[in-house]
Write a protein that binds this ligand. Structure first.
Ligand code: KG4
Ligand code: ZN
Length: 338
């Protein structure tokens, strides 16, 4: 079955076409990052209006790139939670209208479920190999998830305050770097020495939870006291290193406590080169298999939503057109009970 996915949960308007749950035929992403840069972050109302403008052209381009006609689509998948409500509504309304007109089933997809399914796009051979341990690191979430089968999610750890991407974005602001901050901090850090400025790492007892507010405060305090003496690249490298080490060590503990030897890192922050190096080294030391999706599948995109939707539709999880959009929604609730 060929599924058209639609993603508008934040500031990317995206449509993607996926065949058989793991073959990407197209993945078109129209980013609004430039539009929001002058405000230092995403302005929800501006995002919704831009999604409206981009929605139809992006869908048409995705079909065109895939070489697929409307009639060949077997199903639709759309992000309906969590995210900016006004932004989600644009994608959900478009997807419902298409499902109604084409008379095909539609699957509402949890955004983090989409990030998880980017793993199966990167490693199709994993589709029937469980359990899988996943670290989802995005702008709004940082979670360790255990999957024992498709569409079943068990939360093992989460952030108590900021998400890892948020820590990068807020750190970028303190370093006077533009939005979106993650790639900017990473680029600056690549020219610095991570050992020159040591930032604190937080571990929350026996839990697999995260906390990034301490390192963020440490960065603010360091910059205020330093008076411009230290090279900014060294500060960025020290800051990035602390985030990377906290993520790696906590995931390593999850591997030890679960005994699961296959893990993936997904979400926008998974595009970070230093994090990828650190995870690869840890995977090698632990004798684990690591899956890292390509950069364009790490950051928000609709191919991952189409992939997750394909699996939901295989479980006959086609929804009536009355499903809602939700700003907040735990991933565990997206589990399909057997
Ligand atoms: O998954 P994503 O595209 O959107 C959300 O679901 O939030 O993740 C966006 C986040 C942003 O915080 C962005 O700064 C961060 O991912 N990010 C990075 C990198 N690329 C994107 N953080 C660190 N290094 C990167 N190379
Ligand atoms: Zn995302």
């Amino acid at each position: 079955m060929i599924v058209l996915g639609i993603e508008t949960s934040c500031d990317e308007t995206s449509a993607g076409v996926v065949r058989g749950g793991c073959e990407v035929l197209s993945n078109v992403v129209a980013s609004q990052a430039n539009l929001h840069a002058r405000y230092g972050g995403v302005v929800p109302e501006v995002a919704s209006r831009k999604h409206l403008e981009c929605m139809l052209p992006v869908v048409l381009e995705a079909l065109d790139h895939a070489g697929v006609t409307w009639r060949e689509l077997g199903g639709l998948a759309v992000t309906n939670r969590p995210g900016l409500l006004g932004a989600l509504l644009v994608g959900v309304s478009a997807a419902k209208a298409l499902a109604y007109a084409l008379k095909i089933p539609i699957a509402p997809v949890h955004h983090l479920e989409g990030h998880l399914y980017s793993t199966f796009l990167a490693a199709p051979d994993l589709t029937d190999q469980f359990p899988l341990l996943a670290l989802i690191v995005s702008g709004g979430h940082t979670q360790i998830i255990r999957m024992d089968r498709h569409c079943e999610y068990q939360l093992l750890g989460t952030t108590r305050d900021d998400a890892a991407g948020e820590a990068f974005d807020k750190g970028a602001r303190l370093l006077n770097l533009p939005y979106p901050g993650g790639p900017e901090v990473a680029a600056l850090a690549s020219q610095g020495d991570p050992a020159r400025v040591l930032m604190p790492r937080s571990y929350l007892g026996d839990t697999l939870d995260f906390s990034f507010s301490g390192v963020k405060t440490a960065l603010r305090t360091f910059i205020a006291r330093d008076n411009g003496k230290t090279n900014l690249a060294d500060i960025a490298a020290g800051y990035q290193e602390a985030i990377v080490v906290m993520l790696t060590r906590t995931l390593q503990r999850a591997i030890h406590s679960t005994g699961i030897k296959t893990f993936c890192v997904c979400g926008g922050v998974a595009a970070n080169r230093r994090l990828q190096e650190s995870m690869k080294a840890m995977a090698q030391a632990e004798g684990c298999r690591l899956i890292l999706p390509d950069t364009q599948l790490c950051t928000d995109n609709a191919a991952m939503i189409a992939a997750a939707g394909w699996y939901r539709l295989q479980h006959a999880d086609s929804s009536p057109l009355s499903f809602d959009t939700l700003a907040v929604s735990p991933l565990a609730l997206a589990t399909i009970s057997s």
